[in-house]
Ligand binder design. Structure first.
Ligand code: HEM
Length: 410
């Protein structure tokens, strides 16, 4: 059976394909452009088992059988290698040591303290969007907000943010041959800049995350400069685009389901369940990084060899009718809702509370400022990126108030 996971038709309405992936599970092999054949865990039970079993699976690419990738990494310039050695690639005690340093800064209570600042930023961006000529909600709000928030959390000075963002986008878009030289130059400059920031924070610590990282000391074992650099790279990449796609996808979904939107607007106490349901339904991050088998073994009835890779298809698991009644139905009051949009096990998303807080603020402030917001183009004209693994709108043109002409059918 073939599965098309990149077309516009799939991205527009992934539900039918997700249902087929679950039915064909628990493990399904799919051809993915460039990467080749990939084994996916697609049922909820298989995804949970894959992400939680630390004894059988590793996230570290050196345990993978694809020697070409491991060799490529060895020959990468040093500053590129440093960035790839982040905690998402580490297992067991090494992973726990790194994760412990940042856990406190992303707990629910810590994130709640950020909400007033997130509201200020969101209000400013929404005001700019309302008067913008193109009305593109991705550009003016969904992309700009997570970027501004992560820079704020890290404690980057205002004046340096545009430059830092440019360097980081080279890291995020390093997938092409032409991207590599740009990546190398950007990383060299960014490393020099960040090392200077570390020196400043060592002398005069602030209450920002860079200060937390350079002063971290776990049982006398502090983080090396390389470890701090890798952590910053991970936080920036993991925390930026993911949230952009969740925000734009959620706004579109609410416009597609006006009855559910009306329920939420009448009863704001539904906010927490609504955010979880949007995470499940939108499927902004469709799959995890690969897990590599540490020995030959059976997994969910399929034989695998040491070094084989399996990925968790989170969106399929979130469509598993064994766990979610009527998974194709958007139900903003769904409870319980044990979705796996943030993954699971030891690598469960560090930024889950932050992402939820950002989405909650945008939805609240958007409908307060523009109660009649509407799509500015027909639904079929919206374009999605073809990239595997994420469900991302290229643009989302909205009008703060509907054109009366359109409403009257003129
Ligand atoms: C819609 C927003 C987001 C989604 C859907 C999302 C999803 C995920 C998923 C699925 C994973 C697990 C990957 C795996 O197991 O292979 C993950 C890990 C991670 N996420 Fe997020 N994420 C989001 C936002 C954020 C934000 C805002 C931050 C931080 C500012 C963040 C930081 C991280 C980090 C550091 C990890 C690795 C954790 C570890 O290795 O222990 N994420 N995220």
């Amino acid at each position: 059976m073939t599965y098309d996971l990149n077309s516009q038709a799939y991205k527009r309405d992934p539900g039918p394909t997700l249902a087929r992936l679950v039915a064909a599970g628990p493990v399904v092999r799919v051809r993915v452009p460039i990467v080749g054949e990939v084994a996916f865990a697609t049922t909820y039970a298989a995804v949970e088992a894959l992400l939680k079993d630390e004894a059988l699976f590793s996230t570290d690419i050196v345990n993978g059988r694809n020697r070409r990738i491991a060799a490529l990494l060895r020959f990468m310039p040093r500053n590129v290698r440093v960035m790839t050695g982040n905690m998402l690639q580490k297992d067991g005690a090494e992973h726990r040591r790194l994760r412990k340093v940042v856990d406190g800064s992303f707990r629910r209570a810590a994130v709640e303290a950020w909400v007033p600042r997130i509201e200020e930023i969101a209000d400013r961006l929404l005001d700019d969007w309302i008067i913008s000529a193109d009305g593109d909600f991705v550009r003016h709000v969904a992309r700009a907000l997570p970027l501004a928030v992560i820079c704020e959390v890290l404690g980057l000075p205002d004046k340096d943010r545009p430059q830092f963002t440019q360097w980081m986008s080279a890291l995020a878009n390093a997938g092409s041959v032409w991207g590599l030289p740009r990546l190398y130059i950007s990383l060299s400059r960014m490393t020099r800049y960040l090392m200077a920031q570390f020196a400043k924070r060592r002398e005069a610590p602030g209450d920002d995350l860079i200060s937390v990282l350079v002063h971290a000391s776990e049982d006398g074992d502090s983080l090396s400069d390389d470890e701090v650099l890798a952590m910053l790279g991970l936080l920036f990449i993991a925390g930026h685009e993911t949230t952009t796609h969740l925000i734009s996808g959620s706004v579109l979904t609410l416009l597609q389901y006006p009855d559910e939107l009306a329920r939420l607007r009448v009863d704001p106490t539904m906010e927490a369940t609504a955010i979880d349901e949007l995470l499940r339904f939108v499927g902004a991050v469709e799959m995890t990084k690969p897990r590599y088998l540490l020995r030959d073994a059976d997994f969910m009835g399929t034989r695998f060899r040491k070094g084989d890779a399996i990925m968790a298809h989170l969106s399929a698991a979130n469509w598993d009718a064994e766990v979610f009644a009527d998974p194709h139905r958007l139900d903003l009051a769904r409870k319980p809702n044990r979705h796996v949009a943030f993954g699971g096990g030891p690598h469960f998303c560090l930024g889950a509370w932050l992402a939820k807080a950002e989405l909650a603020v945008v939805l609240r402030r958007l409908w307060a400022k523009a109660p009649d917001v509407a799509l500015a183009v027909p639904m079929d004209d919206l374009r999605w990126t073809r990239q595997s693994g994420i469900r991302a709108l290229v643009t989302l043109p909205l009008t703060p108030t509907p054109h009366t002409g359109m409403k009257d059918g003129k």
